[in-house]
Design a protein around this ligand. Structure first.
Ligand code: NAP
Ligand code: G4F
Length: 356
């Protein structure tokens, strides 16, 4: 990466999340001044970004945090007025699909209406800013074609996905209605060692490592047959940035073009730890056994969703052809990266609990 964008101002909502932390690193390395929006919480620890704003950290003088919330329009207007950003990356959301069934109104408010609040703040105070909306492959839901591309019709299957469709359409509408540079990145699942622990990939790699070290007995999962197009978050934030550098705003899919089941992800994760799995049973009674025939993976119907997205597979050819974006990390490399990171964390935990 080069320091090629001096004095440009980027505003990132969701900076404390998986993608926000990688994007902040990328933009700082490119020479941007970066403002990250954070919510007040009862702890000052923000483990994904603490390394970026500690005194002495690389670029820390160009990284600032501001308090705000997508549920609070006044905070967004204040931030836009204060920062006068050139580029805005809206990554903030209630981003968990299962949780959105439990909190549909909250999810609609933050993940959907939050985008209306932010776009209105930009339209009023900084209409020339370039706006990136974190749209999602979940919008395809009950897919009408495979692979899914920028022209595939949406069929959302959760309150989260419905909120993301609203936000997608609003972003396109502000582009058409007001001529604003506003676009959607339709990103398929992307993961990393910084992934939240209750998304399936991280839940698997964390549990596998802890089972390996005897810190946990079993991993309990829902639908093992679900298929996802999983990539590496570090590759995807590069794609976000490339989208906002294009001369004309348009919507782009980012995906690997490969899909795999949750079951296969488990197999690769445990294999990386020298624990090959064999499967027995089916449906609710399916289980994964290690070489000693211990049940290390079990199905738990509590993790089934009221409506499932069975298959996601993206066609990233527009991003490749128009933006030159090609993901570098493949499925196997992603699983290994996550397992290795979680093994190191589990070893540290084991060391702490062994100490007198
Ligand atoms: P994440 O790790 O869950 O991060 C979500 C971020 O949003 C956190 O920084 C969170 O802050 C913030 N946030 C939540 N509610 C907020 C509110 N009311 N006001 C302000 N900030 C709020 O998500 P991610 O995986 O990085 O994903 C980033 C974005 O891409 C999300 O919009 C997600 O829906 C979308 N997306 C993700 C994927 C994927 O596979 N990762 C794929 C497609 C689209 P706290 O730290 O304070 O909770
Ligand atoms: O890891 P997941 O929770 O991710 P999901 O639902 O695909 O959503 C993620 O990707 C979207 C992009 O398509 C983002 F927009 C969204 O913000 C989020 O980042 O679940 C993946 C699959 C599902 O089919 C789920 O039913 O794994 C299945 N699964 C099976 N057992 C499980 C579990 N998911 C979770 N979270 N926990 C389980 O125990």
């Amino acid at each position: 990466m080069t320091e090629d964008s001096p004095n440009r101002r980027a505003l990132i909502t969701g900076v404390t999340g998986q993608d926000g932390s990688y994007l902040a690193e990328l933009l700082l390395a490119k020479g941007y001044d970066v403002w990250g929006v954070v919510r007040r919480s009862s702890t000052m620890e923000r483990p994904r970004i603490d390394h970026l704003h500690q005194p002495g950290a690389d670029h820390s003088e160009r990284f600032q945090l501001v308090y705000g919330d997508l549920g609070d329009a006044s905070s967004l207007f204040r931030i836009v007025e204060e920062v006068q950003p050139d580029e805005v990356y809206n990554l903030a959301a209630q981003s968990h699909v299962q949780v959105s069934f439990d909190t549909p109104e909250y999810t609609a408010d933050v993940t959907g209406m939050g985008v209306a609040r932010l776009l209105e703040a930009l339209r009023s105070l900084r209409p020339e800013a370039r706006f990136y909306q974190a749209s999602s492959s979940e919008m395809y839901g009950k897919v009408v074609e495979t692979p899914q591309s920028e022209t595939t019709r949406f069929h959302p299957r959760s309150p989260y996905a419905a909120a993301k469709v609203f936000a997608f359409e609003l972003t396109r509408n502000y582009r058409e209605a007001y001529g604003m540079y506003a676009l959607n990145g339709i990103l398929f699942n992307h993961e990393s060692p910084r992934r939240g622990e209750n998304f399936v990939t991280r839940k698997i790699t964390r549990a596998a490592a802890r089972i390996k070290l005897g810190l946990q007995d079993q991993l309990r999962l829902g639908n093992l047959d679900a298929k996802r197009d999983w990539g590496f978050a570090g590759d995807y934030v590069e794609g976000m940035w490339r989208m906002l550098q294009a001369d004309v705003a348009d919507d782009y899919v980012l995906a690997t073009g490969e899909t795999n089941t949750v079951r296969l992800f488990c197999e690769h994760a445990f294999a990386r730890l020298g624990m090959p799995l064999t499967w027995e049973g089916s449906g609710d009674t399916e289980r994964g056994l290690d070489a000693a025939r211990r049940v290390v993976v079990a199905v738990d119907p509590r993790y089934y969703r009221p409506a499932e997205v069975d298959l996601l597979l993206g066609d990233p050819s527009r991003a490749r052809d128009e933006l030159g974006w090609v993901p570098e990390v493949g499925f196997q490399g992603l699983v290994e990266m996550m397992v290795d990171a979680d093994l190191a964390l589990a070893e540290a935990d084991a060391g702490r609990s062994a100490r007198p």
